[in-house]
Design a protein around this ligand. Sequence first.
Ligand code: CP
Length: 323
Amino acid sequence: MKQFISVKDVVDINALVQKALAYKAAPLLDKHLGVGKRIGLLFLNPSLRTRLSTQVAAQNLGMEAIVFNVDKEGWALEFTEGAIMNGTTVEHIKDAAPVLGNYFDILCIRTFPGLLDQADDYSEKIINQFIQYAGIPVVSLESATLHPLQSLTDIITIQESMELTGSFKHKKPKVVLTWAPHIKAIPQCVSNSFSEWMNAWGEADFVIAHPVGYELSQKFTDGATIMHDQDAALKEADFVYVKNWSAFNAYGKVLCTDENWMLTNQKLALTNQAKVMHCLPVRRNVELSDEILDGPNSLVTKEASNRVWAAQAVLASILKSTH
Ligand code: CP
């Protein structure tokens, strides 16, 4: 693997999932693989899980991990080609990224979308310029449109849960991604990415449920069944992935905050005793009810802990391919 920006960088999803589960069983299996290598984790936006799980994963592989909160501690970066830099930005990405490429063996970037200009965000100009100018493998820690480490984790968590129950030997699980209310405009990244990975994985009946107006980009959802009736979508679901996102077409807008879309035990009763997932952080009793999050069907803590094994499998694949 030369980089990890989307599911397109993965040759065999199931092999990567099994590699991650092997690391979960034996975290220090490849503790010498990254000795003498350094990984830079650059954050242009906040994080808890992604930052810490990737650090732990790198350390399990023997790598030194250095975190840099660019948004708080670095120079303000310029990403526009030909910019006359007489404003607030101090350093062009063309100058900064090659320097980072000399300090590190792998560069990881978190950069959220502005949610103001769809074309600008969906061009992925920030992470693409790090790739263009750093000259070393780049890993997305969530970019303007995608969150591939989260999606890999989500498939690992579904696979692990399926293996534990043993009841999916003869049928595909039904996985429902359902929109949930939120008070703020939230990026489409997690939902785009989950859709893209579920479609590429192909081992589930995948349904997306959302109110009218919350259609995601077809680039990521093509292949999924899309429904606007949440109760109908939830029927016989085996896994329910709860996530808010702002509108893609009316770009970045909050069109609806209908609290009836929040998953409750009453709605869960429509499912096949579904396991409930969320990437976290979650706004309790807005996006997801306490009774679900604190109940026996919630996978959210396991899901977050699996972030380590997803990151470890990806970093190991990159290290092995650049040896
Ligand atoms: N799920 C996730 O990416 O969490 P953080 O934003 O805390 O990294």
